[in-house]
Design a protein around this ligand. Sequence first.
Ligand code: SF4
Length: 335
Amino acid sequence: MLTYVESAIRVYNRYGRRDNKYKARIKILVKAIGAEKFAQEVEEEWQYSKDGPGTLTQDEFDRVAQYFTAPAYEKLADTDASYEKHLLEDKAFARWVSRSVHGHKVAGYAAVTLSTKPGPVSPPGDATAEQMEAVADLADRFGFGELRVAHEQNLVLPDVKKHDLYDLWQLAKKAGLATANIGLLTDIIACPGGDFCSLANAKSIPIALAIQERFDNLDFVHDLGEVSLNISGCINACGHHHVGNIGILGVDKDGSEWYQVTLGGAQGNSTALGKVIGPSFSAEEMPDVISRIIETFVANRIEDERFIETVNRIGITPFKERVYADKQPRERAEA
Ligand code: SF4
């Protein structure tokens, strides 16, 4: 794996557009020479390096592994009576657990995601200094002092005892970090965009906030099930819009900000790149565009199907027809 990745980087170094900061990306090179040619170059390069000094041997793996020690886990039963009781008696807690608590390889423990997406009150992924102080305390009290930042822009406590989940939830709620929306429509990934980034074509944060405001009903968002929505302010794609079930990309047209929408992207085991649904939209149009996409999903969804499953089953055409239904042909062409 290591030598293969190194080969890919070497091919990029040799042919990539290091001369132009807007084009200095592997994806630009892959597009320019074609995926097959790129893969062929990598394969050829790999013939020189595959058994070379970059190969990760078991001895090297073991040498490095000895510098890492597992936390001092307690020997616990897989579940905990008080935790199960709270789950049954407190619906809000059960809902939070269903979204934010994840399985753990050690019996009696769980990993917990703290949501930094409380809704339209602050940009996705933002946390105040007070919240970070609170999170540090939570990590010390509930997780061996360890804290991780997920690429979804949330915080993860990796080792929490199930017995402590109820207490943790109450403290996280007080700190504004327990919105039960992990993996749902309002768990938006947004890059800093034009508010902060000098490379941006368009702003990301106001779009994220407007969508969160439109979908501010947590019951409805829960009923929709898992939907990922990713926003990037330019083609550099720091918001990974390509792999959002719904992707939004800021584009510049004649000096003004527009947004291109993709559908069908996915990360994880069934990674896929989203497809562009058509001409781009103004910032003001974006909440309505997302509403129409969601309406199309709700109208076509079978039982508890996930958004991505519906998109894969029916294709992007029904979404496109609904989104562009009242756009005049001239308007569409101009956009
Ligand atoms: S994707 Fe966003 S953060 Fe990345 S370079 Fe573009 S505007 Fe900046």
